[in-house]
Write a protein that binds this ligand. Structure first.
Ligand SMILES: *Cc1c(COP(=O)(O)O)cnc(C)c1O
Length: 241
């Protein structure tokens, strides 16, 4: 294991760089989103000191707390977790991106609640590319219709698609899952949508995702080490007043 968060970030960036070379894609074609869920603000600050700007969070209150604690450092906050409709307001007010739009109702609320003084919220439609193996995300056959509707909402800027395939050691399975997202993105582009972001790939599968065309990998464990407490014990949505 790397000694420091700075070392870990350098190693992950090296992995991304070699995956890009391997795939014949330009260096810098893939952005690193550091997934800081369950990590203390001090760890995010350490990553920021190492030059990392974009951070991903899964829990609304945890994101809001860290964004406030680290305000003024020019960080970018990406909400990547399941989002309930009664929790959209703090996300619309705090986040720069939301990766987990899977229903039109959530998108409509985010758009309506985006503060007027801020640029439109960047959003990705989350697609369930693994069928029954995963519960989050819209069905692939519904993704284009949802994306078209999201693109019409004034408070949002549709940037592309996101997926979380089931964990697999099988390169063919991963290629098929990531390939589904890549094909849907190409279909949107063919319709004239200026979508530029494919959020796919995590600590264990970022090479496969980059090979399939990812433009943003969401990496937690390989940057921060094992999470400090299990996700099931993290602050739950709805637990705050
Ligand atoms: C936790 C999480 C990640 C990061 O996973 P690692 O395996 O720790 O890299 C990426 N995306 C989402 C949506 C997550 O919830």
């Amino acid at each position: 294991m790397p000694q420091t968060i700075a070392d870990a970030i350098a190693q992950v960036r090296a992995r991304i760089g070699s995956a890009c070379r391997e795939a014949g894609r330009p260096e810098g074609a893939v952005m690193l989103l550091a997934v800081s869920k369950t990590q203390p603000a001090a760890a995010v600050a350490e990553a920021a000191d190492a030059g990392q700007r974009a951070f991903g969070e899964n829990y609304v209150q945890e994101m809001v707390d860290k964004a406030h604690a680290l305000a003024g450092r020019g960080l970018e906050w990406h909400f990547i977790g399941p989002l309930q409709s009664n929790k959209t307001r703090p996300v619309a007010e705090t986040a720069d991106w939301v990766h987990s739009v899977e229903r039109l109702k959530i998108a409509e609320r985010l758009s309506a609640q985006r503060p007027a003084g801020r640029p439109p919220l960047n959003v990705l439609v989350q697609v369930n590319v693994s069928g029954e193996a995963s519960k989050s995300g819209c069905a692939p056959e519904d993704a284009l219709e949802l994306a078209r509707a999201v693109a019409c909402l004034p408070g949002l800027c549709l940037r592309g698609l996101m997926c979380i395939p089931e964990p697999s050691d099988d390169a063919a399975v991963l290629a098929a899952r990531f390939g589904t997202l890549t094909r849907l993105q190409a279909a949107l582009q063919a319709e004239g949508y200026a979508v530029d972001t494919l959020s796919m790939g995590m600590s264990a599968d970022l090479e496969a995702a980059v090979a399939a065309g990812s433009t943003m990998v969401r990496v937690g464990t390989a940057v921060f080490g094992a999470r400090t407490y299990p996700q099931t014990e993290a602050p739950q949505e709805g637990s705050t007043p």
